[in-house]
Design a protein around this ligand. Sequence first.
Ligand SMILES: Nc1ncnc2c1ncn2[C@@H]1O[C@H](COP(=O)(O)OP(=O)(O)OP(=O)(O)O)[C@@H](O)[C@H]1O
Ligand SMILES: [Mg+2]
Length: 260
Amino acid sequence: MSPLVEVRDLTKDFRSRSGSGARNAVDHVTFQVAEGESFGIVGESGSGKTTVSRMLLGLVTPTSGSALISGIDVWNSSKAERKTLPGIVQVVFQDPYSSMNPRMTIERVLLEGIRSQTPRASRAAEAERLLELVGLPTRYAALHPHQLSGGQRQRVAIARALAMNPRVLIADEPVSALDVSMRGQVLNLLADLRTQLGLTCILISHDLGVVRQFCDRVVVMSKGQIVEEGDPDRILTSPTHEYTKTLVASIPMLPPSGPS
Ligand SMILES: Nc1ncnc2c1ncn2[C@@H]1O[C@H](COP(=O)(O)OP(=O)(O)OP(=O)(O)O)[C@@H](O)[C@H]1O
Ligand SMILES: [Mg+2]
């Protein structure tokens, strides 16, 4: 079976003509993600994680290399094919607040991407279905983003992404802006939704502990390159690359792994 996500030699050089900007922010990155897999990308700040995801989402143009989702080349396919991508891949970012119009109700925020396809009469029901999916009370549909907590807003962002019925969900630091107490809850929600909906997930984090809890397989990035790949537990217990050893050593204390 061909992989659902396939990244080949993906490279991004942000250098402008004046020479400013990051050189090889992403440097010949290659990986594949199979349908249903939960794949992690870890690495320190500036290692290129977000740039990889933005190239996958069609938001940053690669300098070279390719990114395919469900066989569609994100950067080299017909306009008609590219138009189908939002129905296949969706994203949740670290800070959902910045992507929510403060004047919109939660119902509108949720239906933003599917409003035109949703008949007026079924919009309220669809918003309720989405709120229930992420464990929020249906009455929240009438509220505005500022009336919700950070964790609740991140649930709305997840529901908004799922409104498109994607097969792939990219989550870029989905819990790093949240209180420690909220992080586990939102991660558990993502894990439940993944199973329930059969989603393929790409989780980006600088936190190996988060990735260990959520991912079947992980790549470690440093300075734009993948330096190590494998099972998260193996990487945590016996990292091979020098950089990964430093990353593992910087984790305070990890609870034993296992079902949470
Ligand atoms: N639009 C841009 N223009 C110029 N340089 C950029 C741009 N976006 C990212 N970079 C640079 O590319 C490199 C990789 O950045 P990226 O945001 O992908 O890293 P990251 O691993 O996601 O970091 P973090 O953990 O802080 O989110 C960094 O040196 C960054 O400064
Ligand atoms: Mg980032």
